[in-house]
Design a protein. Structure first.
Length: 134
């Protein structure tokens, strides 16, 4: 409400409804599970990585780094000369299966997921290391 004066007429009360929608909050993260490998579970370790929490329309990169292990990566991932693999994530949930052979008693695979265009509420849960054995 605004009172009038010699130059302006009084203004009446005006109301305007407003709908406030809270932004969707995403937590980009990954979960890692292992199971016995091929040939009746006698050959290697299958490592399943699931990425969740990507904002709609956003992109992420999953990186796998082997430590004393030989790894076969999914065909949808690129493997580098140093045996790391990078996988593009364009929607979630997305799953990736790796087959790993331990080359020592301390073999492991390190995973990290990163995104430059997703709002991540907790970036501390974007890395996981999993020990593997044959």
């Amino acid at each position: 409400h605004q009172d009038g004066n010699d130059d302006y007429l009084a203004a009446g009360d005006v109301t305007q409804p407003v709908t406030v929608i809270a932004p969707k909050v995403h937590d980009l993260t990954l979960s890692v599970t292992t199971s016995h490998g091929w040939l009746f579970g006698l050959f290697g370790t299958v490592v399943n990585v699931q990425v969740v929490g990507l904002d709609p329309g956003a992109h992420a990169t999953l990186t796998m780094t082997p430590n004393s292990a030989l790894v076969w990566s999914p065909s949808k991932c690129d493997t580098n000369r140093d045996h790391t693999a990078t996988c593009q994530v364009t929607s979630t949930p997305s799953s990736f299966n790796f087959l790993a052979l331990a080359l020592s008693g301390h073999s492991s695979l390190d995973f990290a997921v990163t995104s430059t265009d997703t709002q991540d509420t907790d970036p501390t849960d974007n890395t996981k290391s999993v020990p593997i054995g044959n």
